[in-house]
Design a protein around this ligand. Structure first.
Ligand SMILES: [Zn+2]
Length: 111
């Protein structure tokens, strides 16, 4: 397996930074960044993208295909219990605190 990936940002090679410059005078180019694979990026999208900018450009360009992987056709819901308590704060007077807790008893493993 390769020890690197090329950045998948569709316009990575168009950004004007010194570290992307390759070649000799007269035939210089801006080249896609090479990403070394290491323990810091092995479980992160940064193993395929040199920056958030490149990741965002990729996602924007290919959003229809990305969504097709796991389309959301209806809303998901998390069962909760909501409780409110009124507290008397010394400076701001009566305040209502709202506590939202997941109702584990109604959690199902359905999709
Ligand atoms: Zn990039």
């Amino acid at each position: 397996m390769s020890d690197h990936n090329w950045c998948h940002g569709p316009k990575c090679h168009e950004q004007h930074t010194q570290d992307r410059i390759r070649g000799v005078k007269g035939s210089k180019v801006l080249r896609t960044r090479k990403i070394k694979l290491n323990q810091w990026n092995k479980n992160h999208f940064f193993r395929f993208f040199c920056s958030n900018h490149c990741y965002n450009q990729f996602a924007t360009q290919y959003i229809e295909q990305i969504i097709a992987i796991a389309p959301r056709t209806e809303a998901l819901e998390t069962p909760i219990n909501v409780s409110k308590e009124t507290v008397d704060h010394p400076y701001w007077g009566k305040q209502t605190n709202t506590e939202i807790k997941v109702d584990e008893t109604r959690l199902t493993s359905v999709g």
